[in-house]
Design a protein around this ligand. Structure first.
Ligand SMILES: [Zn+2]
Length: 319
């Protein structure tokens, strides 16, 4: 797959692909996070599904290309960053506010929930209705998972999991498809003890723990104020590394499709980064930001953890 050839040759990349890459921010977004110190960058495939592309009138082939391309873009961004590290310094230099530090960088292929495809806010509620079973979810995710795994990312990130049903579906799929790439399961929680559907985080994390393919378990897209207790709960049922990449503390309104500040609580205004050391002390090993966080958040996390831990002791920073 190449970019448009203006020399009369075959045009290999359709406008569809260019549009998709542009919408994903191309390399720029990944590079912003790498410049900020991220060790793991997550592909822009969270809401990209074969069914979703087909509903927009694209062919299955185009949809599959877009998924593959999301992994390629992240891998290429990593290579660009590594080349810059080599060019600017053997270890560390700051140029235009970018930090170049040679370090391990992993590419995680994002798999969003069935609710993310529905885009009706159900990813934030986890209520798929009685007609949706484990088999429905496995059928929905199977094709995309296969394509993403075949694109050779370092990790597969099952993100914003809203209920235990979807966790069970992912665990069964990883086994059935013989996926050898390590995965993480990350749940979206509505309070200190439950994922957004109301299922217990203990139950959800236990499902993830029993799956041999799962390398880390945690929470994302969750208000920072709940995370410390959630880490303690997850740690009760697993010895796998715990990851946390909460949102900014604002809540998403599925109807208006907008983020809104929670009223009268206060904690969400507390600086996200002030929580980092508490999460580390509670036992989390991987840290990052989800919705409404920015490269600035990652830069602050990097700073907050610098000197206190490193990749060597299994602590990383997620995009
Ligand atoms: Zn999010």
């Amino acid at each position: 797959m190449g970019f448009e050839n203006n020399n009369g040759g075959k045009v290999e990349t359709s406008s569809f692909m260019r549009d998709f890459i542009d919408k994903c921010g191309g390399y720029a977004v990944h590079l912003d996070y790498l410049d900020a110190g991220a060790n793991i960058i997550i592909t822009a495939s969270y809401q990209a599904t074969i069914e979703g592309f087909e509903a927009k009138g694209y062919s299955r082939e185009e949809a599959e290309s877009a998924l593959r391309r999301s992994v390629q873009v992240a891998c290429e961004a990593r290579q660009i960053y590594k080349d810059r590290c080599t060019k600017y310094s053997s270890h560390f230099i700051t140029n235009n506010n970018a930090t170049y530090i040679k370090r391990p960088i992993l590419v995680a292929a994002s798999v969003g929930s069935y609710g993310a495809y529905l885009a009706d806010g159900s990813e934030y509620r986890g209520d798929y209705g009685e007609q949706v079973t484990v088999d429905t979810l496995k059928d929905f995710h199977r094709g995309r998972l296969r394509i993403l795994a075949d694109s050779a990312p370092d990790l597969i990130a099952f993100e914003t999991i809203p209920n235990k049903l979807e966790a069970m579906a992912y665990a069964e799929l990883l086994e059935e498809e013989g996926i050898e790439i390590p995965a993480w399961f990350s749940f979206s929680c509505k309070d200190e003890g439950s994922v957004v559907s109301g299922d217990s985080i203990l139950e959800c994390a236990s499902i993830a723990d029993t799956c041999k393919k799962v390398a880390a378990i945690g929470v994302n897209c969750t208000a920072p104020k709940y995370v410390q207790t959630l880490i303690a709960s997850i740690s009760k049922v697993t010895t796998k590394p715990v990851l946390v990449y909460p949102n900014s503390g604002e809540t998403y309104d599925g109807e208006s499709k907008q983020w809104e500040k929670s009223s009268g609580v206060g904690e969400e205004e507390e600086d996200f980064v002030s929580y980092i050391s508490k999460w580390r002390d509670a036992g989390a090993s991987l840290f990052g930001g989800c919705c409404r966080t920015t490269p600035y958040t990652i830069r602050s996390i990097t700073k907050a953890l610098s000197g206190k831990c490193s990749v060597a002791d299994n602590r990383c920073y997620i995009e």
